[in-house]
Design a binder for this molecule. Structure first.
Ligand SMILES: Nc1ncnc2c1ncn2[C@@H]1O[C@H](COP(=O)(O)OP(=O)(O)OP(=O)(O)O)[C@@H](O)[C@H]1O
Length: 466
């Protein structure tokens, strides 16, 4: 008999248990599905969209204690005596802004989301490209052509749906910098370019935020923490920017994918130390990483400079001065030639890639000198070109004369001189080479405007670019 006086058998009881268990499983499934849906909501350009994103810190911290889910998720942190519950709770209450979702930002963001930083902001204006994927490991092929912020935010939410991810799909500029940075406790500079580095450091000085700054190029990287508890800012160390010609970019010089990976991880580590109030953040010191020799060195750097134009005692930058500062012109020395704006030659000494193609199709006798470095030439080159890198042009000038003589003898029975064309990757070094060749008596030498990039764009779309 049950409590209602109805006769029941063990089979009845088993049936009822099974039925209730099925209903319970369906409710659990529904709760899980709703949690996943909830975590897929986020904020775009700093404004939260409907339904807010992840649970807020107050929900994850019960009466200041970690919730059971949090204890389980972060148990390996909690087991570390130097981290423990206090530092983990500090992380959950903290907000970190990562500017740049590229080579440095990718690992930094993944670790910051995974470790339970309460709110993570991502700023970037760029879209994912195929040649990003060897190092920008937060992005996948499925996101090629789509916003890096959108892609990075999805990856962070997939790792940890309890973290609030805020999307800022825009370039970081003086016009939006203060408004964005004001909302965060710590800033990670993962932009890896000089104008942004000055702008971000100055913004952090104005708003009093600690800054974790990283850089990676080729096979080397460096890292430091600026503006932390009276420590130096970027301008204290580098009051004047380097000449533009000294500012190499990954797109020109290359970078081994793991190098920004290492530095980006260390940036996340420093952010965690500052956020969690553990350890000794890398302030007043700089870490230098050399991948080839597998060496990491930490050197002491200059402390805060009283004369610094950003954080100096009598010269502290104001919000207004920051907003009116032009970082692009400040970081471009008027004496140095911007690699993108070289105009060294008169128009008669230049020819478009289309014109060059028409001439060779007609069978014009000519020599094509490719002045890129030999390792670039090995990547891809035009048929029958002669590789004489710009740096060795002076020493190998006789090879140009010999090639012209061969071509004239071969094609024209010495009756007509052969033309001389010069090409490079984007049309800057070729102009320098033509200028030099003119000086050395090769008066007819012509530069192919825009180099191999223009060839790929205007003549042969199947020609690979890099
Ligand atoms: N001022 C800025 N505001 C927002 N994002 C920036 C700013 N400056 C740089 N970034 C972003 O920082 C990231 C830096 O990434 P990274 O240095 O790995 O190279 P990349 O610019 O993606 O590619 P590559 O240098 O190979 O062309 C990029 O996604 C870039 O869009």
């Amino acid at each position: 008999m049950d409590s209602n006086g109805v006769a029941e058998t063990p089979a009845d009881i088993r049936r009822e248990i099974a039925s209730l268990e099925k209903a319970k499983a369906e409710i659990d499934d529904r709760i899980t599905a709703l949690r996943v849906r909830l975590s897929s909501y986020g904020s775009v350009n700093g404004n939260e969209v409907a339904n807010s994103s992840a649970p807020r810190t107050e929900e994850t911290l019960l009466n200041g204690q970690l919730s059971p889910d949090m204890i389980y998720r972060y148990s390996r942190h909690l087991l570390l005596p130097s981290v423990g519950v206090e530092a983990q709770a500090n992380l959950l209450k903290c907000s970190v802004l990562v500017i740049g979702a590229g080579g440095l930002g990718s690992p930094a963001l993944l670790y910051l989301a995974a470790c339970g930083i309460g709110r993570v902001g991502i700023v970037d204006h760029d879209v994912v490209e195929l040649n990003n994927l060897h190092r920008q490991i937060i992005h996948t092929e499925a996101y090629i052509g789509r916003s890096k912020v959108e892609s990075a935010a999805a990856a962070c939410r997939a790792i940890n749906s309890t973290v609030q991810i805020v999307e800022h799909r825009e370039a970081f500029r003086t016009s939006n910098a203060l408004e964005i940075v004001r909302k965060y406790d710590i800033v990670v500079d993962a932009t890896d370019n000089v104008p942004s580095r000055y702008m971000i450091s100055d913004c952090c000085v104005v708003l009093g935020k600690p800054l974790i700054s990283g850089a990676a190029l080729g096979l080397e990287g460096q890292l430091t923490v600026y503006n932390y508890k009276g420590g130096p800012c970027y301008r204290c160390l580098f009051p004047t920017p380097p000449p533009t010609t000294a500012c190499q970019r990954c797109a020109d010089s290359g970078v081994l994918g793991v190098v920004p990976g290492v530095i980006g991880c260390l940036q996340a580590l420093e952010a965690i130390k500052v956020a969690g109030a553990v350890g000794e953040p890398l302030s007043g010191r700089m870490l230098l990483f050399d991948a080839l020799s597998a060496r990491i060195r930490v050197v002491k750097i200059r402390g805060r400079s009283p004369q610094c134009e950003a954080c100096g005692e009598n010269s502290k930058l104001t919000e207004e001065q920051f907003c009116n500062f032009n970082y692009e012109t400040f970081t471009q020395s008027p004496l140095s030639t911007s690699p993108l704006k070289l105009h060294l030659l008169p128009s008669e000494a230049r020819i478009t890639s289309k014109e060059y193609n028409e001439r060779i199709v007609k069978g014009e006798a000519h020599v094509l000198v490719d002045v890129r470095p030999a390792h670039h030439y090995k990547i891809i080159s035009l048929p029958k070109s002669l590789n004489i890198p710009l740096a060795s042009m002076e020493a190998r000038l006789s090879e140009v004369s010999a090639a012209l003589a061969r071509e004239e003898g071969h094609k024209n029975n010495n009756s007509q001189s052969a033309s001389l064309y010069v090409i490079c990757r984007r049309g800057n070094d070729s102009q320098r080479a033509v200028q030099y060749l003119h000086k050395m008596g090769f008066a007819s030498a012509k530069d192919i405007i825009g180099g191999l990039e223009s060839w790929a764009h205007d003549v042969d779309p199947s020609f690979p670019t890099y």
